[in-house]
Structure formats: C-alpha cells, structure tokens
Design a protein. Sequence first.
Length: 302
Amino acid sequence: MTSVRIVAAVCVVSLFLTAGCNSTPVSKAERVDDWRLGTSPWSEKLATLDKAKLAEIESLGFDCIEVGLPYAQNEEQFAGANAQAERLAETADEVGIEIWSVHIPYGPAYDPSLVDDAARAKAVANIDSLLGAIEPLGAKKAILHASFEPVKTEERAAKFAACKASLKEIADIAAGHDIAIAVECLPRTCLGNTSTELLELVSVDERLEICCDTNHLLQETTEEFVRAAGHRITTLHIADYDAKDERHWLPGKGVIDWMAVMDALVETGYTGPFLFECRGTSAEEAEVFAKLKAEYMERVAK
C-alpha cells in the first residue's frame, strides 16, 4: 500500500471522530454539545399546535419539534391537513423553531405491511397524499412504523415481504416530496423490533433511514441497537422504560443506561437532534437534557 493509500485509509477510519483529515479532532464532549434539543409534544398534533405552545417550547431552549399527522383518508381530509400545515409553518417561522420531523399515522389505513395488494396500495397512496399535503412544513424526516400490530408468527414472513415492497415505493415517494423516511424501531410483535430486522427492512433502499425510539427495544439494549444500526440512525425518540414494554418515561425513571446510549450515539456519528417523546412536560425534558449533557461532559473529561 502506498503512502497516499495509507493516509486515505486513516482518514476513513477516523472520520467519525474528526471533521476531516486536516482538521482538529472533534471530542466526544463537542459532539454532544452540538446536539440540538427537540421534542414531540405528546398531547399536541398538527391541528392543535398553536403559537402559544410553540413559543413556550422555544423559550425552554428547544430548537426543533416533531409534529404528529392526522389519520387522513380522503381528499377533504388531505386538504384540511394541507391548510393546517400552511398555518403551522407560518407560526413556526414567526416563533423561530424548526419543524424537524413529522410522524406518519399508524393503523390499517397506513400499514405498509398489509398482505392484501389492494389494501397495501391504498396505504401507500395515503402516505403519498399525506406527505404531499404537509410539504409546507418543510420537515426533513417522516417517521414511519413498519407495521401495525399484533403480528402473528404465521403471518410475519408475508408481512415482512409486503413491507419491503412498500418501502421501495415509499422511498421514491418521499424523495418526490423532498423528505426522508425514517423507519422506527418498534416493540412487541411489530415488524422492525430488532436491529437485525429493521436493518433488513431499510436495506431495500439506501435513502431509507432509521428512527431510534429508545424505549421500544425489548430484545436488545438501546446501546446495542445504536451500535448495530447507528450508521442509518438519523433521528431519535428519547424516552425511558422498564425493558418490559414501552413506557415513555422521562430519562432517569427507567432502566436505560443513558451514558452508554450517548456514547454509542457519539461513536456511531449521530448528528441529529436529541428529540424527546415522553409523558412529561417540555420543561421537564429540557431539564433532563441539561442534566444528561452535564453528566456526560463530566464523564468524558476524566
């Protein structure tokens, strides 16, 4: 191997810890300090988020939000979603907060794993129409569940194949709406309930990304999931749990080793927001984020 190739190889290996071969290495503390703060307002959706709520969130130090989308299924409902999106986009711009992501509804009308071809085509069409309706939001990510539940063991293989076929179509659809699909890890019998399964699902198109919901993983720890799938993780749902089922608790109330999770995110190059999806107030989330950052900074400084 020539000296040029050696230098190139070193650059590739160390890329996640540097800003480039000729740049000063970026420390773990600096990477965490660069994370923006985000939230998915638990009780608010596209139709109900108003200027007062957005201003409250922004005043607490949040940089961005995720918006839950309506379960629209016909032209009138899609038109309503479009009007709501235009209103919210204008309001968010006035307040100065970014709409980072949207959450596609989950249920039979939006289930990409339906094995009936006509029903699956309708679900994909609904996703297409809804993403078109909310384009005014300018969101960068659309969170998608790979299936509804429960998924019976004898149906899993067929639903898995159907989901992969849908995801190929949805990746193209999303690109046409200038948004990226982030498929969420899910609990229980849902499709995508392990890193192995979710990585296979998103393997059908390199444009597909992963949303790591930290309280959904029942067959591996959150840090194990991040280390396995981190190269595809572009957004988060931060919450704690008891590892028995999803709980959406504030970090610190459950069993997650947050220092290990943050370390895994840093070492796999995560650059998205630290976005909460908790049964807590925005003020509580902001306080928890500050504490986690401070603890992590102190730990890596030793």
